[in-house]
Design a protein around this ligand. Structure first.
Ligand code: GLU
Length: 446
């Protein structure tokens, strides 16, 4: 059996961090099993779906490196849903209803006030053909419900949640089609999962009760029921489901300099028994991916932790991964010298300007000026291709008796105009002999 997963967003908004995590789970599981990962655009709701959101979804997946093996759009598949609909009406599993939203609301309130579950009472199912004809003659178009089989207890072995059981009598027959003929989410999704050969439906636990209904739809359509994995939801750092979390998308992460590898590393492991670690390459995340490692409790998404993880990712990013985004004159050695100081790749420009100059060192005390003058004389004699920093500081130590901070800090200030920064041994060859001499002499003269 080839594993087939699908990520099925509705293009009614930007993907938020919870959606991105679901996409990552689907991709990782497919990759871990040599399977296929599909993108399904759930755009049956023409009024709320927007084309720029579709483009945004594709761009987000591309940025994360989650390349789908194929894409389908629900709005191109209405014929398929129509066929399933006819088949299920024929089989007595879909029936027309004529209640208004207000009538349904009143019934719900009455049931609740009596302490009863607010389950739809199948009033429409009791209508005779004549009564139905009368309603339609009066111009009332029906909406349609899927009739749950009350004699078929619902259950599945969820890959995250374990054994799940639902009593269909406690569920309302879901409305699957509106009076204007448009589709609600429930049936098209099951029809597509069948048609696309989806073997594993991977989504958030907010879909568990939908799954209960859809299990009966798979059965009614005489199709095999796929496996399900419902991940626990994310909470914000304050421990609650936050509004902010529901709006955080790739735009924000890009803006604060988060790398795709950081988000992948974080979201792949968040809420699992495995530690979140910086993986520049996804291979180890794919290799170790297993729903059995997922916890049942909501997982806390902390942006401060993401920022820290991002720095660790950047410190490990190879030159090839950033070459297009850093100053063109920087080579691999320059990148490796500066990388340990960065928390975002965009910061590189600040550090690179130390190499290219000009730098204006702060004014030094007289003793340090004399020291820089001596350093300039020694620097002029060194072979710049052979570790000039250690040669320079070694010679200065012997000549002046200085060590520690007194030995290093005036040089760093003179050469970079900063008290901290990249490893001087890596920086000095990049600055070059001539420029280093000029900087030391300028500091000596200031
Ligand atoms: N379009 C649905 C959503 O975004 C898909 C749910 C599913 O994965 O079946 O919630």
């Amino acid at each position: 059996m080839t594993v087939v997963t699908r990520f099925a967003p509705s293009p009614t908004g930007h993907l938020h961090v919870g959606n991105l995590r679901t996409a990552i789970h689907n991709w990782l599981f497919a990759k871990a099993h040599g399977g296929q990962f599909w993108l399904r655009i759930d755009d049956t709701d023409a009024a709320r779906s927007e084309e720029h959101f579709v483009a945004g979804i594709r761009a987000d997946l591309g940025w994360l490196g989650l390349i789908p093996d194929g894409e389908v759009r629900q709005s191109h598949r209405f014929g398929l849903y129509e066929k399933a609909f006819e088949q299920l009406v024929e089989a007595g599993r879909i029936y027309p209803c004529y209640e208004t939203a207000e009538e349904l609301d009143i019934r719900r309130k009455i049931l609740l006030s009596r302490g009863l579950p607010p389950v739809y009472e199948r009033t429409a199912l009791a209508l005779t053909a004549a009564e139905r004809a009368e309603k339609e003659a009066a111009g009332i178009a029906p909406h349609w419900r899927f009739k749950l089989d009350h004699d078929a207890p619902i259950g599945w072995a969820d890959l995250v949640r374990g054994e799940q059981h639902f009593d269909p009598k406690l569920l309302s027959d879901p409305v699957i089609r509106r009076a204007d003929g448009s589709w609600l989410y429930m049936l098209p999704s099951a029809v597509d999962d069948i048609a696309m050969g989806v073997t594993h439906v991977v989504r958030g636990e907010d879909h568990v009760s939908n799954t209960a209904v859809q299990v009966q739809m798979f059965n009614a359509l005489q199709a095999p029921v796929p496996a399900f994995a419902h991940a626990a939801l994310l909470t914000g750092s304050e421990g609650k489901l936050s509004k902010r979390l529901g709006s955080l998308g790739t735009d924000h992460f890009r803006e604060i300099g988060i790398e795709p590898a950081t988000l992948l590393s974080k979201l792949a492991r968040l809420g699992t028994a495995d530690p979140v670690e910086p993986f520049v390459d996804a291979a180890p995340l794919i290799g170790g991916f297993d729903f059995a490692r997922f916890g049942r409790a909501p997982a806390r998404f902390d942006e401060a932790e993401l920022v820290q993880l991002n720095a660790r990712i950047i410190h490990a990013l190879p030159f090839e991964a950033v070459a297009a985004r850093i100053p063109a004159e920087m080579d691999a050695a320059a990148w490796e010298a500066i990388r340990p100081n960065l928390s975002t790749v965009a910061d590189v420009a600040n550090w690179w300007s130390i190499v290219t100059g000009p730098v204006t060192a702060p004014a030094l005390e007289a003793a340090d000026r004399a020291y820089c003058s001596e350093a300039a004389q020694i620097a002029a004699t060194l072979d710049w291709n052979a570790d000039p920093w250690h040669a320079l500081t070694g010679a200065l130590k012997t000549a002046t008796g200085r060590n520690g901070k007194a030995l290093f800090l005036p040089l760093r200030l003179a050469l970079t105009a900063r008290a901290q920064g990249p490893d001087m041994a890596a920086l000095l060859p990049l600055i070059g002999q001539e420029e280093a001499l000029a900087r030391l002499e300028a500091a000596a003269a200031a």
